[in-house]
Design a protein around this ligand. Structure first.
Ligand SMILES: [Zn+2]
Length: 321
């Protein structure tokens, strides 16, 4: 026998029996809550609540309004009863993400230079290193690894292994790569701007993320928080990485809106508008370097890889805030 539960004002006693999970619009959501889909952290409906409680702790809506209220949107696991409450909880999420700047693993740790790493391993000679450095200097740039491969005949595999040692990460293989099947994982802008290449999802829980020169721990953490997948970053040989990266950038990605705002208040307003318009069943905000990434799930995905038309991304620049 289902027991009705009311969390605001204590209308009914909180009982321990299984409860029917009704949406504010009257729909039964218990089956949806039971579906085992990999949710972004904190997303989705909380079972055992008759009327979803507004996620805004400062919500001023009376219980009658909540009773009659609308379905969605859901932001970071909390249902928002009104545009004002959506704005309030987004404002605190924006503050949380901006306050965390500097605390994230941007990873400025000193690393042994690539040339010295290779020298130490006995993979190049002093002469090869000197010549490659001179060529790099004369040309006014270029990556040392490329100079070693192209002008000193050093194996590309060894350069990639040395990068792995430098970054304490594995070298990832990419025998089979279907980038077009992985575009739902992160926006094209991040694949392009941060030189990341999603390689595959293993066992529905681990995402292998490839890089060609340096890891991006901040991006990896953001993708982990957004997708709920564990991200394993590693190096990929340049000659394999480049064509796969170009192919992936040519594939179709989820819809994305890019915004630039003059103030934090304007940013919160723009994010609130997007969430109110899309009415997502789940949404989440994470920071990636100087961007805030809002992802909205319009339907519950059946796997960690949602269909492209089931999600909408919004990327906001926060550089000036
Ligand atoms: Zn509210």
């Amino acid at each position: 026998m289902p027991v009705l539960r009311w969390r605001r004002g204590g209308v009914a006693p909180l009982l321990r029996e299984p409860v029917l999970n009704l949406r504010p619009d009257g729909g039964v959501a218990s089956s949806a809550a039971a579906v085992d889909w990999p949710q972004p952290p904190g997303a989705g409906l909380r079972p055992g609540i008759l009327f979803e409680t507004c996620a805004n702790p400062q919500c001023r809506s009376g219980w009658l309004r909540l009773w009659r209220s609308r379905s969605g949107p859901v932001f970071e696991g909390g249902w928002c009863c009104s545009a004002e409450c959506t704005a309030a909880i987004i404002a605190s999420a924006v503050r949380r993400e901006l306050d965390a700047r500097g605390a994230a693993p941007e990873n400025h740790r000193h690393r042994l230079p690539l040339g010295l790493t290779m020298l130490e391993q006995g993979w190049i000679t002093n002469r090869q290193l000197r010549q490659a450095l001179e060529a790099q200097k004369a040309a006014g740039g270029g990556r040392l690894g490329q100079w070693l491969v192209r002008h000193e005949g050093v194996s590309e595999k060894l350069v990639t292994r040395a990068l792995g040692i430098q970054w304490s990460c594995p070298v990832l293989d990419m025998e089979i790569h279907d980038g077009s099947g992985l575009t739902a994982l992160l926006p094209r802008l991040f694949v392009d701007a941060f030189g990341a290449l999603p390689l595959r999802v293993a066992a529905g829980r681990i995402l292998y993320l490839g890089f060609e020169e340096r890891l991006d721990p901040a991006l990896a953490l953001a993708v982990e928080r957004m997708t709920g997948l564990r991200v394993e970053s590693g190096m990929v040989e340049e000659s394999l990485f480049r064509p796969a990266h170009t192919r992936m950038l040519g594939a179709r990605f989820p819809a994305v809106e890019l915004i630039e705002t003059a103030s934090e208040a304007a940013l919160v307003h723009a994010l609130m508008k997007a969430v109110e318009r899309a009415r997502p069943v789940a949404s989440r905000l994470v920071r990636v370097h100087d961007c805030l990434w809002l992802r909205m799930w319009l339907r519950r995905p059946a796997s960690p890889l949602p269909k492209l038309d089931e999600i909408q991304d919004l990327i906001a620049s926060v550089g000036g805030h």
